[in-house]
Design a protein around this ligand. Structure first.
Ligand code: PLP
Length: 381
């Protein structure tokens, strides 16, 4: 028979553990006040883990809501049979998108008067009620309406017969940075601005979910929870605020693995890979691994990371190329062609974190996780 579907573990792959996601959702939910809802943020294909897998595991663990960035991400979850409330965190700009929200029962985020007017018009034409959340900018300076316009926008939506105001939210800009000094100051300014606005409102719609915190805001004990928190990175098992107190354990849910495709013995003084950025200092045993920057192992990591094989660390050497990279296994004779290399995740009692990559390349774990491409099959374990 003609081979048309390669074994997902043939070359390089991502392993995802839904049980870890479920446990993280449960652990986070258990720490929230009783009536505070948990939105699992599953945008960017569930931070590279597979949106459907993550969404289902998070809901099992007690998540109440899902958050995605794009219309397509929302539709994909609906097509996977997921029926919980889904909020689109990005902005929709045309009628086709907003009509699809009505059809698929997805909630758009409204940031402007124009968006509110258009949404209302489309809902009216469809003779349906469209549920929406309004976003207010309190200091992120990205999406969200200006604070001075917030009251009028909220009142318009609140009074509309065709829009159902389900939530009012804002987004923190500095909660996951260095929180000593500026981080705390700006975060509390945002909180204050948000609360001043909320206190000035008297709404017809009830209940309206108030939400502000991302993972960092949720994990810092700063009373940023309100009626719902929007948790992304922590759901996947990573703390954006450094060490957590012992009562909250998060389990990383992802591992990146690849196989060795060639082993070669070279003498001292040999240049390795593009640009010969690494020159062997001794007689060396080098192994080629079938994964590269086209799979999501950024070229900026060249020569700065280690990998794990059978519980032992080995350095990556030379430039990371599009489809492969080289590691130095000098001194080891047990590794063979076909041996499995762990680039991220656990191997025996050792562990490699996306933080080690982001620290090495000046990135952030969020970017590392969502960089894993279609070429890496997601294997559920
Ligand atoms: C991505 C996103 C989140 C989740 O952020 P994490 O830091 O990963 O928890 C929350 N809210 C909004 C608006 C987002 O875009």
């Amino acid at each position: 028979m003609l081979l048309d579907k390669v074994d997902p573990r043939q070359r390089a792959w991502v392993e995802v553990e839904p049980k870890a996601i479920e446990a993280n959702a449960l652990a986070i939910k258990n720490r929230l006040p009783q009536d505070c809802l948990l939105m699992a943020v599953v945008k960017a294909d569930g931070y590279g883990h597979g949106a459907e897998t993550v969404a289902k595991a998070a809901l099992k663990g007690g998540a109440d809501y899902l958050g995605v960035a794009t219309l397509q991400e929302g539709i994909d979850l609906r097509q996977a049979g997921i029926s919980c409330p889904i909020l689109l965190l990005g902005n929709l700009i045309d009628s086709e998108e907003l009509n699809a929200c009505i059809d698929w029962e997805l909630m758009p985020t409204i940031s402007t008067e124009n968006e509110a007017v258009l949404s209302q018009k489309l809902a009216q034409e469809n003779d349906k009620k469209l549920s929406v959340h309004i976003k207010v900018d309190t200091g992120m300076t990205r999406l969200g309406c200006e604070l001075k316009d917030a009251s009028a926008l909220i009142t318009r939506v609140d009074n509309s017969s065709f829009l159902d105001l389900q939530g009012i939210y804002s987004h923190l800009a500095l909660a996951d940075g260095d929180f000593e000094g500026e981080g705390a100051k700006i975060t509390f300014q945002q909180k204050q601005k948000f609360e001043n606005l909320l206190n000035s409102l008297s709404l017809n719609s009830k209940p309206v979910l108030i939400h502000l915190a991302n993972s960092a805001g949720t994990l810092r004990e700063c009373n940023l929870n309100y009626d719902m928190v929007r948790v992304g990175i922590a759901l996947y098992g990573y703390s954006p605020i450094g060490d957590l107190s012992k009562d909250l354990v998060l389990q990383p849910a992802l591992a990146v693995k690849a196989k060795i495709t060639l082993i070669r013995e070279v003498s001292a003084g040999i240049g390795v890979s593009y640009g010969h950025k690494f020159i062997t200092k001794r007689e060396s045993r080098l192994a080629v691994v079938g994964i590269g920057y086209a799979d999501g192992v950024g070229r900026a990591l060249s020569g700065k990371i280690s990998v794990l094989i059978n519980g032992e660390f080995f350095p990556q050497v030379g430039a990371i190329t599009m489809d492969q990279l080289v590691i130095d296994i000098t001194g080891n004779t047990e590794i063979v062609v076909g041996s499995v290399v762990t680039l991220l995740g656990k191997d025996q009692d050792k562990y490699l974190s996306p933080f080690s990559w982001s620290n090495a390349s000046g990135s952030i774990p969020w970017e590392i996780l969502c960089a894993f491409k279609y070429r890496l099959p997601r294997v559920i374990v």
